[in-house]
Design a protein around this ligand. Structure first.
Ligand code: BTN
Length: 257
């Protein structure tokens, strides 16, 4: 297949300030914005993270962007797109900084055991299928200060590399890697072809972890992921548990990773 240029695949809407690129993308998607619309802002006043947390998004320092997709796939497979974006973002960060970059399952991007990027995927579906998927990506690129409560787990690429990074270049490389990996994902609607690449960066692999759900908590060894992107855990009885991303968080036994 002929390699398509990024500009053929996306339409970019750029803002100086916005409440949240995910909130704006969802609103635009409901109003009919086409597949491949990207909303990007220099600053967010109400950036949102997973589990209702805030996402600090100071001006001129990070990549705060949300991509609207309308994939013709089974609704149950769309959550894997979060892992596809995590992989693309990790590869782009690695290429642009030269630093080793890992993924903490399912979608935190880690440098030197601290988080540089988070991904928030939201979607709208009905019995007929997917209306839209919004994949929000927040990368702490040149960020220098973080709120006190996340200071021990958050970092930026600049802080780890010791020099600033070109945000425009990094954004383009994330999107280029993403559209390559997205085509591969769409072929089988799962991670069969991407799974090795993802696992090679998986910081939890072969590590002792704690699985924390709403009414369950247990320890075990993370073995890797399956082709659906679920985490495989060998529990203390030697059984393999399959962990679905929506239901739990994963911690190292003695901290964040
Ligand atoms: C996480 O909790 O790790 C996910 C963080 C996702 C943050 C990004 S920044 C761009 C987009 N807009 C938002 O409001 N959130 C996502």
């Amino acid at each position: 297949m002929k390699k398509r240029q990024l500009k053929e695949m996306i339409r970019i809407l750029q803002y100086d300030v916005i409440d949240s690129t995910n909130a704006a993308a969802k609103k635009m998607a409901k109003e009919g914005a086409p597949n491949g619309t990207l909303i990007i802002a220099d600053r967010q006043t109400a950036g949102r993270g997973r589990r209702g947390r805030q996402w600090s998004s100071p001006p001129g320092t990070g990549i705060w962007m949300s991509l609207i997709l309308r994939p013709k796939i089974a609704a149950g497979n769309a959550s894997m797109l979060t892992l596809v974006m995590a992989l693309s973002t990790a590869k782009a960060c690695e290429e642009v900084t030269g630093l080793p970059v890992s993924i903490k399952w399912p979608n935190d991007i880690i440098v030197n055991r601290k988080k540089v990027c988070g991904i928030l995927t939201e979607m709208s579906t009905d019995s007929k299928g997917i209306h839209y998927v919004v994949i929000g990506v927040g990368v702490n690129v040149n960020t220098e200060a973080f709120p006190e409560d996340i200071g021990s787990v958050a970092t930026s690429l600049k802080a780890e590399l010791g020099k600033p990074i070109n945000r425009e270049l990094l954004k383009d490389r994330i999107l280029e890697y993403f559209f390559e990996d997205y085509e591969i994902f769409l072929d089988k609607e799962d991670l069969t072809e991407l799974h090795k690449d993802y696992e090679s960066r998986l910081i939890n692999k072969n590590k002792e972890v704690k699985i924390i759900g709403t009414d369950i908590e247990y320890e075990g060894k993370a073995l890797g992921i399956n082709s659906k992107g679920e985490l495989l855990i060998e529990d203390r009885t030697g059984h393999t548990q399959v962990v679905y991303a929506g239901e739990v968080s994963v911690r190292g036994l003695y901290g964040y990773v």
